[in-house]
Design a protein around this ligand. Structure first.
Ligand code: HEC
Length: 115
């Protein structure tokens, strides 16, 4: 009886540790640097000037899916299709996560392809 408890507890702690390691790898500084590229057009922290679309309200999930969609266009046409082509899957995920953190919309995680 008691043994089972201990084992479950240890397994629980290990899972917790693994989760934290994954978070630590997601260096917020790196995410911010990547996301800063978008500021050239969409404004600092996604607060755009003038008629430009802002990114400050984007959720992690929506932005990730948008960017992956733009990148998978057969014939990239718009500015954004080309922007999206410049990033790897992981960089897109990091950028989306950064803006999701800013807007507080990170509750729903996107389905990450292949990983
Ligand atoms: C060179 C300027 C430029 C840069 C840099 C840029 N964008 Fe854009 N973006 C645009 C323009 C112009 C549009 C609107 C026209 C279009 O969709 O092609 C747009 C549209 C978007 C939209 C759609 C907005 C909506 O509400 O429909 C999203 C999402 C977006 N950009 C995200 C990003 C992200 C994330 C980055 C950084 C990786 C980024 N953009 C970098 C110019 C840029």
């Amino acid at each position: 009886m008691c043994r089972h408890w201990t084992r479950a507890l240890i397994a629980g702690l290990c899972t917790l540790g693994a989760g934290q390691a994954a978070l630590a790898e997601d260096d917020p500084m790196v995410n911010r640097l990547l996301a800063a590229q978008c500021a050239q057009c969409h404004g600092t922290n996604g607060y755009a000037v003038g008629d430009m679309d802002g990114l400050f309200d984007e959720s992690y999930k929506d932005l990730y899916e948008d960017l992956m969609g733009m990148r998978s266009e057969d014939r990239p046409e718009g500015i954004m299709d080309h922007q999206a082509l410049g990033y790897t899957d992981d960089q897109i995920r990091r950028i989306a996560l950064y803006y999701g953190m800013l807007s507080g919309k990170v509750n729903e995680a996107p389905e990450i392809e292949g990983g």
